[in-house]
Design a protein around this ligand. Structure first.
Ligand SMILES: [Cu+2]
Length: 221
């Protein structure tokens, strides 16, 4: 009996510090292939998508739920992956340092991927969504996500412009620093422009009717 007790004590001494350290690490949940779908996510303990983390050691509970997908996490000092051909629920202990990390399903990396930043590397600011319209009739407008006419753009200078050209007599033409994009005058339909704007004034107009115009200012200060 004393021998067994001593052994237990020795085992406890070996096991407990590691278990305690693991319990202290923030927990992240990595999931891929819910219902065999083409989905992949990395969430924090509150269920929020991870976009930025403090440097440190984390416990990642992985749920690879599919036999066609895998979860592959990589970045500075980290390269962990599950097997695409099997399901598995491993727990990874990883240490993140300043930098950008990505996760993906290797067989479908172009459509199943995500990323986050750690430490001093700032999280990317999401693009500003804008809606451009011309027609019907002699109307032209550029609106923000709330539907208000854009006069001053602040925040992200990466913009996604959803253009709805509803006129065969006019076009939507956006001009300013680094940008010169237009739909065709005879064109009617939709277009999506991903643009990088700079501080200064931008003008949008119809090339057919010059009075049909508007402008906005990009403020980066
Ligand atoms: Cu996949």
């Amino acid at each position: 009996m004393p021998v067994r007790l001593a052994l237990l004590t020795a085992l406890a001494a070996l096991v407990l510090p590691a278990a305690a350290a693991r319990a202290d690490n923030p927990v992240l949940i990595a999931t891929v292939g819910v219902n065999d779908g083409f989905n992949i996510s990395l969430k924090d303990a509150n269920g929020q998508n991870v976009t930025h983390l403090d440097p440190g050691t984390y416990t990642i509970q992985v749920h690879d739920l599919s036999t066609i997908h895998n979860f592959h996490l990589s970045g500075p000092g980290v390269d962990e992956a599950t097997d695409p051909e099997t399901t598995s629920d491993p727990t990874w202990t990883v240490t993140f340092t300043d930098g950008k990390y990505t996760f993906q399903c290797d067989p479908h990396r172009t459509v199943m991927h995500g990323s986050f930043t750690v430490g001093t590397v700032a999280a990317p600011v999401p693009a500003t969504q804008l809606r451009a319209s011309v027609g019907p009739g002699r109307t032209i407008a550029l609106r923000d996500a709330n539907g208000s006419r854009l006069t001053v753009l602040t925040g992200s200078t990466s913009v996604v412009v959803a253009v709805n050209d509803r006129s065969r007599a006019d076009n939507f033409h956006l001009i300013g620093t680094g940008v010169n994009r237009a739909t065709g005058v005879g064109f009617r339909g939709r277009a999506t422009w991903k643009l990088k704007l700079a501080a200064g004034k931008y003008v949008y107009r119809s090339d057919r009717h010059k009075a049909l115009r508007g402008s906005f200012t990009v403020s980066t200060s």
